[in-house]
Design a protein around this ligand. Structure first.
Ligand code: ADP
Length: 663
């Protein structure tokens, strides 16, 4: 049962209707209280009518204050466009799942912004299922009526007046011609109606078409009705004709004006919708943080036609400002503006010009945020005044979209980093597991053998002792080589593999490698084939020796005792080619590539208890490639494998070879 109540509560959604009326604050507060009591969503809606653009500045300002109040009280601000206010509210309520609509009493009876007195009835007829709350307010300012902006622009007035007079003169001239030709009165009336229609189209206010309609009636009466050139008329029907003429002219003109305003409004909406749509598209294509901020900045600049400054959030510090348009100059007190932007970044709150905080700033700053996370700050040049409600709501949508895109980009980056981390963690875990396992066996053998020698050395005959010494030696050599390989691979992984290269003779490197390897090989026959021609390479000798050691150790490890291992060096074009050939079982084709992978130690384990870590060839490949060479494995004939690695030869003039290397 309680769950049911909770469910019902969750679905409640309170809507406050925004207006520029002083009493609107009470409506907003009541709606906010209701939303709090229901613990539900709260939206404040403003229906922008075509007439809104002509509102007086103080009304616009009050609307702005009301909008801010609603926002402060937790409302989601929305703007819809249309002339039929109750219809727009009802449509919005239906689409957004509103359950309670809060209106002011003044809105119902006398508010212009909510139009007709029948707003509640209309609303009820559109959405009878909703609760409509009418808020009585004794303190309502009954003298309040929304005012139109005063057109104190004399030049504009003069222009409109001249246009109206010229049209009227034109209509009169045409009518005089018609009269001369002998056209009937109704034709002349039509000419005047056409004149009023034209006036309403070319002028910016309906007062001109009103005056024009009245003037048309008087001129028609004066010039074209008997007695002519007087304002009286003989025919009894004329007063009716005049009234109908006036009404037709005026109504036609009014419709033309309304149509013009609607067309303007539609164009504005289409422009804004297009910007929103484009923003969506562009943001989805933006690949990184910078591109997202650039897109948002450009689109907002297009939307508002004002200078924009954007900052990225770099660990709670502002990035360098990005300016839109690009050639925009920050001509104000930079340090002061940056301080406001920094405040917005830290407090996740709007501030700057036209707000209560830092109102002396030149820009208005918004946080680009998603919930509590601030991704950046945008500043909007406020020299042309505050943003209107619809600009504000579209701006917030674009900022919301940008923040979402930034969040997605951040998530993608974090996921990638987590995947890399997981991979390296996994590798590290693998490495530790494998190493611990691999170290244990030889260490147990070494410590066991050494312990035996310590405790029972007298009881062992010489041959057994030699065998034990040999085992200890072999195991420790293996361990030493493993540690060497491990150290090199960690250096590769951490990107610290720096080559200490110097010009080296290939033959000398091989000799040194054999010096290390040979003492440890007792049960295989090693043969070496070198070339007469001396080859010089630029290499880190220690690393190349490690490669040869690994290859030969493998050949020993993976081939039967007493088989032959042939080590050779050849010159192949401009490369020195090292080859280690054995006569073991060879490597199946499907493993030839994989054996160079890290920790890959082949499908077919060897019978010998030799340990296999899968690092040797991985390291060989890394070292050879770091020297600009390649490594590969082929089948040996009749059996076994041939490992071959190449290192670029160093070009040396003949005289240098002789003098430097004494050959
Ligand atoms: P490890 O020898 O520690 O396993 P390596 O990277 O040196 O690691 O070798 C990878 C695998 O390649 C070996 O486990 C083995 O299966 C195969 N392999 C290497 N050298 C030879 C060889 N000469 N003959 C047959 N198999 C070999």
């Amino acid at each position: 049962m309680n769950h049911e109540i909770a469910d019902v509560k969750k679905q409640e959604h309170v809507l406050a209707c925004l207006s520029s009326a002083p009493s609107n604050t009470k409506i907003i507060r009541t709606a906010a209280m209701m939303a709090e009591a229901f613990n539900c969503r709260f939206t404040a809606l403003f229906v922008e009518t075509p007439a809104h653009s002509h509102s007086a500045p103080q009304d616009k300002q009050r609307l702005e204050t009301n909008r801010k109040l609603a926002e402060k009280l937790g409302a989601n601000i929305e703007t819809v466009y249309g002339e039929d206010i109750p219809y727009q509210i009802a449509e919005f309520a239906r689409i957004s799942g509103i359950t309670h609509i809060v209106l002011g009493q003044s809105s119902v009876t006398k508010r212009h912004i909510f139009g007709k007195p029948s707003l509640t009835q209309l609303l009820l007829s559109y959405v009878p299922e909703l609760d409509i709350h009418i808020i009585p307010d004794k303190a309502t300012d009954t003298t309040y009526h929304p005012k139109k902006a005063k057109n104190n622009n004399n030049e504009k007035f003069l222009k409109n007046a001249v246009k109206s007079v010229l049209i009227l003169l034109g209509a009169t001239l045409l009518s005089l011609i018609f009269n001369e030709i002998g056209f009937t009165r109704p034709n002349i009336i039509m000419v005047y109606i056409l004149g009023v229609l034209l006036t309403s189209i070319v002028t910016s206010h309906r007062v001109y078409s009103l005056i024009s309609s009245i003037a048309s009636v008087f001129i028609f009466n004066f010039l074209f009705t008997e007695p002519r050139f007087s304002l009286s008329a003989y025919e009894t029907g004329y007063p009716v004709t005049f009234i109908i003429m006036f009404l037709t002219a005026y109504v036609t003109g009014t419709f033309a004006i309304r149509y013009k305003e609607q067309a303007k409004q539609s164009a504005k909406i289409a422009h804004r919708t297009k910007i929103l749509f484009d923003t969506d598209q562009l943001l989805s294509k933006a690949e990184n943080k910078e591109a997202i901020l650039q897109t948002a900045g450009q689109q907002i600049e297009k939307l508002l036609g004002r200078g924009i400054v954007m900052f990225d959030n770099r660990e709670r510090k502002l990035s360098d400002p990005m300016l839109f348009p690009e050639n925009e100059k920050l001509s104000y007190d930079r340090a002061k503006e940056l301080a406001v932007a920094q405040w917005v970044l830290e407090h996740n709150h709007i501030a700057g010009a036209t707000t209560e905080r830092f109102s002396d700033a030149k820009y208005l700053y918004f946080a680009i945020r998603l919930n509590e996370r601030v991704y950046g700050v945008i500043g909007i040049d406020a020299k042309n005044g505050a943003l209107d409600a619809s600009e504000n709501s579209i701006l917030l949508s674009i900022l919301g979209e940008a923040a979402l895109a930034l969040e997605n980009e951040k998530n993608a980056r974090e996921k990638e980093a987590a995947a890399i981390l997981a991979e390296s963690e996994q590798l590290r875990a693998n490495l530790l597991r494998t190493i611990s396992h691999d170290l244990r066996t030889p260490l147990t053998t070494i410590s066991g053998n050494a312990g035996n020698l310590m405790r029972n050395s007298e009881s062992f005959d010489e041959e057994t002792k030699q065998q034990i010494y040999k085992d200890i030696f072999e195991d420790s050599m293996w361990l030493a080589n493993l540690v060497e390989n491990l150290l090199y691979s960690t250096r590769i992984e951490e990107g610290r593999m720096t080559l200490n290269t110097s010009p080296e003779l290939v033959q000398e490197i091989l000799d040194e490698a054999l010096l290390h390897i040979k003492p440890n090989i007792q049960n295989h026959n090693i043969s070496v084939k070198t070339q007469e021609e001396l080859m010089l390479i630029n290499a880190d000798a220690k690393l190349i020796i490690q490669v040869i050691t690994n290859l030969v150790e493998n050949a020993v490890k993976y081939t039967p005792e007493n088989t032959e291992i042939i080590i050779s060096i050849e010159k192949e074009q401009n490369m020195a080619c090292f080859k280690v050939a054995d006569h073991g079982n060879g490597i199946p084709d499907d493993e030839k590539e994989r054996i160079f992978e890290k920790f890959y130690s082949g499908k077919h384990k060897i019978a010998d208890n030799r340990r296999s870590l899968g690092l040797g060839l991985y390291l060989c490949k890394a070292i050879v490639e770091a020297h600009g060479g390649t490594i590969s494995v082929n089948d040996n004939k009749p059996m076994g494998s041939v490992f071959c690695f190449t290192i670029p030869l160093k070009e040396v003039p003949v005289h240098e070879q002789i003098s430097d290397y004494g050959c």
